[in-house]
Design a protein around this ligand. Structure first.
Ligand code: AHR
Length: 615
């Protein structure tokens, strides 16, 4: 029974309540949302990014060509380039199964090239797959110092296995070998892959939190060194990511690959505007988190980062006559991007150290831009002493809004629907910047939906909420579950995507107070796709049979002690299907089970049958 109390008014719900959190994890950017089709276009991949990498990763060389790093380079932020002898060919294999093209669509090729003195170097560019040409080959002729050359193609066939080749008719130096679909989201140059951007836009996000996550606050906080090209493993510093793409120094990504920064701050702001989302950038607070737990003690460096943050606000909002507003205008957007919220830090595990630095950021921002809301955070956990200390410091300093993150079991989400009912209404507001249920996909999406009703009921205190992570390339997975999946030519939303879409597209104006009562039925056999939260909490079932696809894995937590079939009970357990029906209990440690990237993790449909024990 649901009783609706029309005499009382509930919390007002802001239009910006539900948004998206975008991070370049699971190769979300290069090979994902960023529409570039060539992998390692500037030959900057390095073992510093990933031990499997070389500067020729994803390139095949026929004939004589090599990567050089010397004074002949394109510029100080783009160190490596390719030197080719006459008659040599290089071929790029793109991402996943290759370069995906669609018959009849246009593709724009570009390359930076240099020849000795004024020698001419004809370049023949082809797009092919194993069965032949995918477009008519094109030719450009390079001559003299570094210059950009372009050609465009119309695909004559559709293929997801394409290769881009460049053949040199004479000695030549090349860099930034690029192929873009003309048809990007909203037709933006250097733009976004249309299907993925559209799936995000279809959510109608109220805000876009970017660019991470652990990506932001890990690594060195030093600047890129143009003399040596040093500082690959640096934190995400926004100034590295704007301006002409060939001048954006690539960087190691915390998640174990290289990031080109072709998708950078300008493109994020543009995407937020194109989707009607409020932009919400996160800057590093000089306390590294995500397992690196270290506070950088360098006053000059801290001052530089604080100034960078002020410059970021000027880049977003300043007039074209300002230094950074001018740069935005030069990139094609004279109008301001209307930044109103900004977050300092992400999941710092050292609350005191974080807070000392946060206060300095906040002071400087409030002095220069009193209308910008500065968001603080509460560490990596949803409870515990770090969390409590962080919240205490945030409360004492009257912080406007605090970011919370949690990844928990479906059961936790069901049991914590009332989490915010008792939050102090006089204290900081909550930004739930990252959350996801980590069980099985259908029970996850249901328990998230149930939990979101609790967020909405408390919309007076929970002002913003975003599921995480947003994107995953199915061949490069660091983290599961994720909201939207893709490969090189297709994308698909998860059940969690549908839950988010349902809430995000139907944001109410205000909560109507109501109460529900009743007892859910618990007897009889439970049959169907795994619904962990339905039965995993019960001590009272036997005759448990799990059937499904071989190799399927069932994850569950908190099984009751004493139930022989389900072995034990604290932490998580996993049950693997063999020969269609055999259930093997596996007592692997909890950490191992939830390690991101486990290919067997929660990706199968299993059927559970259980009968309630007598009594
Ligand atoms: O969303 C994945 C990661 O989870 C984020 O990078 C980090 O903030 C959190 O630990």
């Amino acid at each position: 029974t649901i009783d609706v109390d029309t005499a009382r008014t509930g919390a007002k719900i802001d239009d910006t309540m539900y948004g998206v959190f975008y991070e370049d994890i699971n190769r979300a950017a290069d090979g994902g949302l960023y529409a570039e089709l060539v992998q390692n276009r500037s030959f900057e991949y390095s073992t510093d990014d990933n031990t499997a990498y070389t500067s020729l990763t994803s390139w095949d060389v026929a004939g004589a060509a090599r990567v050089l790093n010397d004074d002949g380079r394109l510029n100080a932020r783009n160190r490596n380039y390719l030197s080719m002898d006459a008659g040599s060919t290089v071929t790029n294999s793109g991402y996943n199964t290759g370069i995906a093209v669609i018959r009849g669509r246009r593709y724009d090729f570009s390359v930076w090239a240099r020849t000795d003195a004024s020698a001419r170097a004809p370049l023949t560019i082809g797009i092919t797959d194993s069965t032949g040409d995918l477009a008519t080959a094109r030719r450009v002729t390079a001559r003299g110092g570094w210059a950009k050359y372009e050609a465009s193609f119309t695909a004559t066939r559709t293929s997801a296995n394409g290769r881009l080749s460049v053949r040199a008719g004479a000695p030549v130096a090349l860099d930034m070998i690029s192929l873009f679909p003309r048809d990007t989201y909203k037709g933006r140059e250097n733009g976004l892959r249309k299907d993925l951007a559209q799936k995000i836009a279809d959510l109608r996000p109220g805000f876009l939190r970017f660019p991470g996550g652990c990506l932001v606050n890990t690594g060195s906080h030093e600047a890129y060194d143009e003399q040596s090209g040093w500082q690959r493993k640096r934190s995400y510093q926004w100034k590295d990511t704007i301006g002409p793409v060939e001048q954006r120094a690539t960087n190691s990504n915390f998640w174990g690959y290289n990031q080109s920064y072709g998708l950078g701050y300008y493109e994020y702001f543009q995407f937020a505007e194109d989707t009607g989302a409020m932009p919400l950038p996160v800057v590093p607070a000089l306390v590294t988190g995500c397992g690196q737990n270290k506070a950088t003690d360098d006053d000059a460096l801290l001052k530089r980062h604080i100034q960078d943050t002020l410059d970021l606000i000027e880049f977003a909002n300043g007039p074209v006559t300002s230094e950074w507003g001018r740069k935005r205008a030069d990139m094609g957007h004279p109008k301001p991007f209307r930044l109103t919220h900004l977050e300092v830090g992400n999941e710092e595990n050292l609350p005191e150290a974080f807070f000392a630095r946060f206060k300095k950021f906040r002071e400087a921002i409030e002095a220069a831009y009193p209308d910008v809301t500065v968001i603080s955070n509460s560490g990596p956990d949803d409870s515990g002493s770090t969390f409590d200390t962080a919240w205490k410091l945030n409360r004492e300093a009257n912080v406007d809004m605090v970011d919370e993150h949690y990844y928990n079991s479906p059961r936790w989400f069901l049991e914590n629907n009332g989490r915010y009912d008792s939050y102090d209404r006089g204290g900081p507001k909550v930004f739930l910047g990252e959350y996801a249920s980590q069980g099985n996909r259908f029970s996850d999406s249901l328990s998230e939906a149930a939990f979101m009703t609790g967020l909405e009921r408390n919309a007076d205190i929970v002002k913003l909420a975003s599921y995480a992570p947003l994107l995953a390339n199915e061949d490069y997975v660091q983290w599961k579950p994720n909201m939207i999946w893709f490969d090189n030519d297709q994308s698909w939303g998860s059940a969690n995507y549908e839950t988010q879409k349902l809430f995000m597209r139907n944001v109410g104006d205000e909560v109507v107070p109501s109460t529900a009562s009743g007892t859910p039925a618990t007897t009889g056999p439970i049959t169907g796709a795994v619904g962990l939260s339905t039965w995993a909490t019960s001590a009272a079932y036997d005759d448990v049979k799990v059937t499904g696809e071989d190799g399927g894995t069932l994850l569950a937590d908190d099984f009751s002690a004493g139930d022989a079939q389900w072995r034990k009970s604290t932490g998580r357990g996993s049950w693997t299907v063999r020969d269609g029906a055999y259930v093997q209990s596996d007592e692997t440690a909890e950490d191992t089970l939830v390690t991101a990237g486990d290919p067997n993790w929660s990706n199968y449909d299993l059927e559970v049958k259980a009968t309630k024990k007598a009594g």
